[in-house]
Design a protein around this ligand. Structure first.
Ligand code: CA
Ligand code: CA
Length: 213
């Protein structure tokens, strides 16, 4: 009985302290439904699956720049990443590698490949690097996905599993009053006249949270 009592008291104090010293502020949120592209360079909006999204991109990038952030110690960035149509993962030319990168304040946070290849039993299906970095990782297509039951956009428009959704989330120490998020692809598909129709990506629901400890 005494042991149990001692265990409960410290837990109570730890919880109470955390609540008193931390503060969270959402400094940016965009679901793109109002076509708001302020703070975004290379922004383009389209409709996908009845939602406005940032994209689609192929051999492209966007940059989100946030100035005058409130004082903070930690930043958390989250967003939805849609991988559309026939991405080939780690494959070599002419199909790949199909690389996607995320930089924060110029530093690489993600450098990976995605694959939407179909994996019939007994058949080779092109591996992807995600959730690890390219090149020395071989994971099954769609590893780490949040949803795999979304329609394609162009070359796989009629495929009910033509798009894969990943939930990207990064938390890191940061106290700068400026934040720059850049997402870039280096998609490769040299044997088609319309690479963007072959494979592309888009982003939705970008959320940036500043946390003070
Ligand atoms: Ca949206
Ligand atoms: Ca490709």
């Amino acid at each position: 009985m005494i042991k149990k009592f001692l265990f409960i008291i410290p837990l109570f104090f730890i919880t109470a302290c955390n609540k008193n010293v931390s503060n969270e502020v959402v400094v940016y949120h965009n679901d793109f439904e109002t076509n708001d592209l302020s703070n975004i360079t290379n922004g383009v909006i389209s409709t996908y699956n009845n939602s406005s999204v940032l994209g689609q991109y192929n051999d492209g990038n966007f940059i989100l720049t946030l100035n005058n952030l409130p004082k903070h110690d930690i930043i958390t960035i989250t967003f939805d990443l849609y991988i559309h149509d026939s991405w080939d993962g780690n494959k070599k030319a002419p199909d790949g590698p199909d690389i996607w990168e995320m930089f924060i304040n110029g530093d690489p946070f993600i450098y990976t490949t995605f694959s939407n290849a179909a994996c019939a039993p007994g058949n080779f299906c092109s591996p992807q690097s995600y959730p690890a970095d390219y090149p020395s990782n071989y994971n099954n297509p769609r590893t780490g996905a949040y949803r795999i039951d979304l329609p394609g956009v162009c070359s796989w428009k009629d495929d009910p599993k033509g798009t894969t959704l990943y939930k990207i989330s990064k938390t890191f120490k940061n106290s700068d009053n400026k934040l720059v998020l850049q997402c870039v692809d280096k998609l490769v598909q040299t044997n088609t006249d319309d690479p963007k129709c072959d494979e592309s990506w888009s982003v939705d629901n970008i959320n940036v949270k500043a946390v003070t400890l």
